[in-house]
Design a protein around this ligand. Structure first.
Ligand code: 5GP
Ligand code: MG
Length: 484
């Protein structure tokens, strides 16, 4: 009954700072370094002498705060902020975060990264119970749950509510008195704590935001933890003991910035190791050059080149002023976006046998476009090497890979994909290769990683999405699940 839509899927960036007179300014800088996590909307809520104030809008953080008076107005020594990535249809101002609520006894602001898998049923129950929602975003669900909780303190209400929402999430919340950071029971999505030289605490989706503003890394917020910051400092509590660490592998492969560390593992280093492993698993002997696809596959391409001994070259140039292709709501616009974004360097690739390393193939649009570009520029052969396994299953925990039918690897075999993108050869990194390259030191069953898109194993369950997902499975997906 729940359509396998992408409407509620979002991958975003969250930020918070407590105890610095330039809180909103620092949030603005922090959000700049999280901008790769979402470019469709942004906002900041600050708190000054018990008063919470908001400014948010559609667009990049620099566009939202084009008028710097809007930033100055957000006074106070504490603030939270958000950059939003959404998919088609849901890109309206009501969905831009942080959300700010004024209740008779409480002011509270919230922002959220990830996707809940039981938001629709929770929301339906809440609506039947009289709740009224302002947005189509599932972020609001948590606030309703908190308000309805019968527990005595706000902390206990939040903890109880966090136990009711399922999926991949991080939340940053702020009231007049406290700031909170919460991570889902699988730590699917990252959230870290830092500290400024003046003692101010910072929370951010990625360590790159902490580094940018000059804060020291303190610790990760781990699976099932709730961080609480107030005048007494930082406390970490667990809201559930029922945790299984499975960090989204896609954070390492594609989403996070290379200078970030997730669970202590640097993202660039992980990607470079994936590239090296790929060169071992799928060697190219007679190629002239290795090239990457700016920006997300450059680390992996450099690893492939280093391991294989084939020279690393700059075969593609990215126009840095065009947004990420996924951002376009329709396939036509995505293709146009992809066209404007990349150019082949003729003088480099002409007459060459090229190894083109990309981080992933989702729909196949990018690879097919790039092979064409390289061949038009005179490349003799183009061998595509992908530094992740085939993306065969949708993701429901907050990464925009949500329809089986859209995934090329759910519809075609590897030789068929190779032909459809026009490559001379194609291979992917193995699942073991990926896990070992990232090298998290966690135990089974998940080795610390969520590999859902590669193996169809959903560590946080599917809830509202299950029926529709099962009904829409492709033959290739089913066969792969049977171990075929
Ligand atoms: P395709 O063109 O095959 O649909 O997408 C593959 C390209 O999208 C790759 O170059 C990769 O860098 C990028 N990509 C992979 N996963 C994601 C994702 O979850 N979100 C966005 N925005 N881009 C992605
Ligand atoms: Mg890419």
């Amino acid at each position: 009954m729940f359509a396998e839509t992408k409407s509620l899927n979002e991958e975003c960036g969250v930020f918070g700072i407590w105890g610095d007179p330039s809180a909103s300014q620092l949030t603005y800088f922090g959000l700049h370094s999280l901008q790769h996590r979402g470019q469709e909307g942004a906002g900041i809520v600050s708190c000054d002498k018990g008063k919470l104030m908001v400014h948010r809008n559609l667009g990049l953080i620099s566009e939202v705060f084009k008028n710097l008076d809007d930033l100055k107005r957000l006074s106070g020594d504490r603030a939270i902020g958000h950059v939003r990535y959404s998919t088609s249809g849901q890109n309206s101002i009501e969905n831009v975060q942080p959300f700010l609520y004024h209740f008779y006894d409480l002011d509270i602001a919230i922002c959220h990264n990830g996707n809940l898998v039981n938001a629709k049923s929770l929301r339906r129950n809440l609506e039947e119970d009289g709740a009224i929602f302002h947005s189509t975003s599932d972020t609001e669900v948590l606030i309703h749950l908190i308000r309805r909780s019968q527990k005595g303190t706000l902390i206990d209400k939040i903890k109880e509510s966090l136990n009711l929402v399922k999926g991949g999430f991080t939340y940053v919340l702020m009231t007049e008195e406290k700031m909170f950071g919460a991570v889902d029971a699988n730590s699917l999505r990252p959230l870290v704590i830092g500290k400024m030289p003046n003692g101010a605490y910072v929370m951010a989706s990625e360590t790159c935001a902490i580094d940018t503003i000059g804060a020291e890394f303190v610790r990760n917020i781990n699976a099932g933890e709730l961080a609480i910051i107030d005048v007494d400092g930082l406390t970490i509590e667990k809201y559930t003991e029922d945790t299984t660490i499975s960090i989204a592998a896609m954070e390492y492969i594609y989403f996070a910035r290379p200078d970030s560390n997730i669970a202590g593992v640097n993202v660039h280093t992980a990607r470079k190791t994936m590239g090296k492993r790929l060169a071992i698993e799928s060697p190219m002997i007679n190629a002239d050059i290795v090239i990457g696809v700016p920006n997300s596959s450059l680390s992996a391409a450099s690893g492939f080149a280093e391991e294989s001994g084939i020279p690393y070259e700059m075969g593609l140039i990215k126009n840095q002023y065009v947004g990420r292709t996924f951002i376009q709501p329709t396939q036509e616009l995505r293709e146009l976006g992809a066209k404007m974004k990349l150019s082949a360097v003729k003088g480099v690739v002409q007459g060459k046998i090229v190894v083109m390393v990309d981080d992933s193939i989702v729909r196949g649009t990018t690879s097919s476009r790039i092979v064409t570009l390289l061949k038009e520029a005179g490349a003799k052969e183009v061998h595509v090497r992908i530094a992740s396994p085939p993306l065969m299953y949708p993701s429901f925990y907050g990464i925009d890979i949500s329809k089986s039918a859209e995934l090329i690897a759910a519809r075609m075999t590897i030789p068929q994909i190779c032909e459809s993108i026009g490559a001379d050869s194609l291979s992917f990194l193995s699942q073991e290769g990926l896990i070992e390259s990232i090298g998290l030191k966690f135990d089974m069953p998940y080795s610390g990683l969520c590999m859902d898109s590669f193996n169809g194993d959903y560590p946080a369950g599917l809830y509202d999405y299950e029926e529709d997902y099962l009904n829409n499975m492709t033959e290739i997906q089913k066969e792969n699940l049977r171990g075929g």
